[in-house]
Design a protein around this ligand. Structure first.
Ligand code: KET
Length: 462
């Protein structure tokens, strides 16, 4: 038996030796052929292919790439981090800082995390494609209001997404697959990521007038004219509150006018709600526009972010809600949202959504959150007054009243690109080149430095 087996084995070995050497000869000849016909025509003496980019040799498969520019907003932080100056100030990205200039983790977030850690029944299993059911319910309730009929009638499909950005992107891909009209109107100006998200999500981007630099206010007429001229069914991106970058929101009467026109023309509103609670300090007041539209029984999409109002920036937690005409449609919409999400990132992360669900479902934590949120909003409002007073005190030319009139995290100063570059070069103050200042990054200690910089920039380059 042994002998038989061993001889069979050696026969197989010989056979495989033979086929190996045939294969070897074939590869050898292929290599020689390739070497002879290659553009560079160089294989070294050992037969290594120098011209093969993926072989880890001189020429990279990505050789042709140009250096991409930094992101216009997040790139400001990159530049700030490289500056060794002790007086440097980052007023670029919209991220809250304390009076001491430090990032803030809310007390309620710390408390919720303690509760989560202590609960040994919690696992790190995959969560459903559309996210945590409890989180979705609570998020929809937060934006639509406690007794919202749309929620009561189960007309809202909600999916936990990777914060505001991810919710917008999932919404865009859903619309490009399932909605009859692929044109989306966005305001001028708007958050710089909007056109990129919607283009990549398969929509075609057009703009409507929004900000009037002459009045530093809303171009209401222009906005209505442009929306009136939009093709039927077009999607309209609306900032739910605290418009970024202008800090200019429509009044309640203007919202009603916008709603009537949008409904009359059968346009589809898509709300970006990244700052609920940050505009006025009240979660309900900041949801006014969304609730106005949902209250008329019509359909809309809402992208919600918990980055700013819970300070959960890096946890990437948010939600996309689609308010539908009926419960049956909402169920189907949710099933289709899952088909968008599954091949994109499969399912969302568990930790941030668990924090949010813990806070929103606990009466005490929820109350404490509203107090902390109001403190953040109030500190930003106080920064507006301090900056305005400081410019007045210096006699800086110009009308700076928009600093105290604007709403939310940002002041759209009206400073131009050159003035911004001057402030960065001479005062180490970092802001986006459109002159937007993140008021949340300012403190009583840094206001004079900023006011000096603005004053000098206006006098020098006014
Ligand atoms: N919408 C708006 C209007 C917005 O300003 C931001 C972020 C987002 C959505 C998305 O945030 P997310 O973290 O995905 O929930 N804006 C600030 C940060 C950034 O640019 O990413 C900013 O404008 O500074």
């Amino acid at each position: 038996m042994m002998g038989k087996n061993s001889s069979a084995c050696s026969f197989e070995e010989k056979e495989s030796d033979k086929s190996l050497s045939v294969a070897g000869r074939r590869i050898g000849s292929l290599v020689r052929q390739l070497a002879a016909t290659s553009m560079e025509g160089q294989a070294d003496r050992d037969g290594d292919l120098r011209f093969q980019p993926t072989a880890g040799s001189a020429v990279s498969a990505f050789q042709h790439l140009e250096q991409a520019p930094e992101d216009p907003i997040l790139g400001v932080t990159v530049a700030y981090n490289k500056d060794p100056s002790p007086v440097k100030l980052n007023l670029g990205v919209g991220a809250y800082r304390t009076e001491e200039g430090k990032p803030l983790v809310l007390d309620v977030v710390r408390q919720a995390e303690e509760l989560l850690i202590q609960d040994r029944s919690r696992y790190k299993e995959y969560i459903p494609i559309a996210g945590l059911v409890e989180f979705n319910k609570l998020s929809a309730k937060l934006i639509l209001g406690d007794g919202s009929p749309a929620i009561g009638e189960k007309r809202v499909a909600t999916a936990q997404c990777l914060t505001g950005t991810g919710s917008l992107r999932v919404g865009a891909e859903f619309l490009s697959k399932h909605y009859s009209q692929h044109i989306i109107y966005i305001p001028v100006p708007t958050w710089g990521n909007h056109p990129k998200i919607f283009n990549l999500g398969g929509l075609s981007v057009k703009t409507y007038r929004y900000y009037d630099p002459r009045t530093s206010g809303l171009d209401y007429e222009g906005m209505l004219e442009d929306l009136h001229a939009a093709p039927p069914g077009a999607i309209v991106l609306l900032h739910a509150c605290a418009h970024n970058p202008t800090g200019v929101d429509p009044t309640q009467d203007q919202w009603e006018g916008i709603r009537q026109l949008i409904r009359l023309k059968g346009l589809l509103p898509f709300f970006d709600s990244a700052y609920q609670g940050f505009a006025s300090g009240s979660l309900d007041a900041d949801a006014y526009s969304v609730r106005l539209f949902v209250g008329d029984g019509g359909e809309c999409l809402i992208a919600q972010s918990f980055a700013k109002n819970m300070g959960l920036y890096g946890e990437r937690v948010g939600a996309l809600s689609i308010v539908c005409r009926s419960a049956t449609v909402a169920t189907r919409v949710e099933s289709q949202l899952k088909l968008v999400i599954r091949p994109m990132y499969s399912s969302p992360p568990i930790h941030g959504a668990s924090i949010v669900a813990t806070i929103l479902s606990d009466r005490n934590l929820y109350y404490n959150w509203t107090v902390e949120l109001k403190n953040m909003a109030d500190r930003i409002i106080s920064m507006r007054h301090q900056l305005y007073d400081a410019l007045k005190a210096r006699g800086t030319p110009g009308d700076w009243s928009h600093i105290i009139k604007q709403i939310g995290m940002f002041t759209f100063t009206g400073l131009n690109k050159d003035q911004v570059s001057f402030m960065t070069a001479e005062y180490h103050i970092y802001l986006t080149s459109d002159g937007r200042i993140s008021m949340a990054g300012l403190s009583s200690k840094t206001v004079p430095h900023l006011a000096d910089a603005i004053h000098a920039a206006v006098l020098r380059l006014g």
